[in-house]
Design a protein around this ligand. Structure first.
Ligand code: 13P
Length: 227
């Protein structure tokens, strides 16, 4: 199997013990794939390791200013962050993030030469009424600026996140192939209920360049299956 991307999104979870467990595990093992670890902001600086890259889970679109509680791509860059997850459905739904806002954040990340991981995906209702392709195409077109710089795209069906439900291989391949046609250069990762058992099957699907893993990444033993 080619080298794939394994992106761990801790969301609002984790603690210094988990940071240490990651560092210990990766000091002792070599993973066959490219790993990106995305913990909450306070751990970004501490979790650094030469066997993986580090990513944030969001950023503000401005470089600096009076935006209490926010963090800029410029600040993230200074603490050795290489990636930023943007437009995750939890931000789109819980914080009303629109495609237009995600577009501005993606530009901010690219301006700092950080690699945005731009998330798209349909709701169950959109899937059931046959709108998945249209919704995803629109999210892509409106969230991603035209650029020569490196970016990554994550397909995360909202109904598959944290539910234990995963789309059929055919459906994953169909959406990834659609994204590939629009963005031939970008790695495309799948996210939504990836675990130790299903990861290998998912990584073998055509046009899947890796996975974005939530809950399962909170136990570092998840990576044992990738040694
Ligand atoms: P789960 O792996 O917990 O379903 O989360 C997926 C996700 O949202 C990763 O960004």
């Amino acid at each position: 199997m080619d080298t794939k991307y394994i992106v761990a999104n801790w969301k609002m979870n984790g603690n210094f013990k988990l940071v240490q467990q990651y560092q210990d595990f990766f000091s002792q093992h070599v993973i066959k794939h490219r790993v990106v670890v995305c913990p909450p902001y306070p751990f970004l600086d501490q979790i650094q390791h030469d066997r993986y890259d580090v990513g944030a889970q969001d950023c503000h679109f401005e470089i600096n200013g009076a935006f209490t509680g926010s963090i800029s791509a410029a600040i993230l860059k200074k603490i050795n962050t290489q990636y930023i997850i943007l437009g995750h459905s939890e931000r789109r739904v819980q914080f009303n993030e629109t495609n237009a806002l995600v577009f501005k954040k993606v530009n901010a990340a690219l301006d700092e030469n950080l690699i945005p991981i731009i998330c798209v995906g349909e709701t169950l209702q959109e899937k059931e009424i046959g709108q998945a392709t249209a919704v995803i195409t629109r999210q892509l077109e409106e969230s991603i600026p035209i650029t020569q710089k490196k970016l990554m795209i994550a397909y995360e069906p909202i109904w598959a996140i944290g539910t234990g439900h995963v789309p059929s291989s055919e459906d994953i391949e169909r959406i990834h192939t659609l994204i590939r046609r629009l963005y031939p250069e970008a790695p495309i990762v799948y996210g939504g209920s990836v675990n130790k058992t299903n990861i290998h099957g998912i990584l073998n699907i055509k046009n899947v360049d890796g996975v974005l893993v939530g809950g399962a990444s909170l136990d570092v033993s998840f990576f044992e299956t990738l040694i």
